[in-house]
Design a protein around this ligand. Structure first.
Ligand code: AHM
Ligand code: MG
Length: 285
């Protein structure tokens, strides 16, 4: 799999350069979810396709920016699901963004993930790779990536990243978020899941939530490109990733672009969410 991680590193160098120099405007195209694509979304997607097509073990790719998966090498064994530039609308306000990768052996289901990675384009470029362990790398000015440290979560943190439009949160979700803040948690939400989750991972814990809402009952974040890769990373780092009743990696999408409510974090906070949601479901049964 080293050659896949090398392709991800080469993509990261090229995407970083595009972020720094290219036009941040919109294209004329919409992706499968109906978002108007930025020129940077399209360019990042093409960069990743080009780099992964040089890797013989990559059989096919599926991208948040494409309706269908595409075969790259008939004899390959891995399928890569990726979000080429997550949070891309934050580039023009100079906030951090990222690329997310899931490496699947078999179909695009959580149980078939065998590794995951993400790149954060922030003040520095950092790469986190999860196989059986989770490791942080940082890019130097010569574009080489250096190992920095292993990544692991504590049982409990002190950061809360509550996603989605509050007006549409279920009442019990709002109550749960309020209770977490009453426990002394601090708000950390940039609108980019990569830097928000990176912060939780590197500060040792906390919880990120993107719930089902009255306007989007199945949430916003896509299983194959965003949710499964981060679920894999959080579990391997010693945390939990749930919907929050079921384990996210046990979910099987019916379609490539399916979304799901998701909670990623250290154990204490995610289990607390599970308890609240479990009780709510009992109340309405
Ligand atoms: P994108 O893939 O279109 O960039 O959307 C995903 C982003 C995530 O990075 C972030 O957590 C979420 O959308 C923010 O959504 P909201 O503003 O509804 O909280
Ligand atoms: Mg995205």
């Amino acid at each position: 799999m080293t050659e896949i991680f090398d392709a991800i590193k080469r993509s990261a160098v090229r995407i970083r350069e595009a972020i720094e120099t290219d036009d941040t405007g919109y294209s004329q195209n919409k992706n499968k979810t109906g978002d108007i694509q930025l020129k940077l979304d399209i360019k990042s997607d093409l960069i990743i396709e080009e780099e992964l097509s040089k890797v013989p073990s990559v059989k096919e790719i599926a991208s948040e920016e494409r309706e269908h998966s595409e075969v790259l090498n008939e004899n390959g064994i891995y399928s890569i699901g990726y979000d080429p530039l997550d949070g891309s609308s934050l580039v023009d306000v100079d906030l951090s963004v990222g690329s997310i990768f899931g490496i699947y052996k078999g179909g695009y289901a959580g149980e078939n993930l065998i590794a995951a990675a993400y790149v954060v384009y922030g003040p520095r470029v950092e790469l986190v790779i999860a196989t059986d362990i989770v490791e942080l790398y940082r890019m130097d000015p010569e574009h080489n990536f250096h190992f920095i440290q292993p990544v692991s979560l504590n049982e409990k943190g002190n950061i809360k990243s509550p996603g989605a439009t509050q007006k549409y949160w279920p009442e019990f979700h709002k109550k749960m978020v309020d209770e977490i803040f009453q426990e002394g948690y601090r708000l950390r939400y940039s609108g980019g899941m990569v830097p928000d989750l990176h912060q939780i991972l590197l500060k040792g814990g906390g919880v990120f939530s993107y719930p089902g809402t009255t306007d989007k009952p199945k949430g916003k974040l896509r299983m194959v490109f965003e949710v499964f890769p981060f679920a894999y990373i959080f579990e391997k780092a010693g945390g939990l990733a749930m919907d929050p009743i079921k384990r996210l990696l046990d979910l099987k999408p019916s379609h490539l672009h399916d979304t799901t409510p998701c909670f990623f974090g250290s154990k204490y906070e995610v289990l607390k969410a599970k308890e609240v949601y479990g009780k709510y479901q009992c109340d309405i049964d």
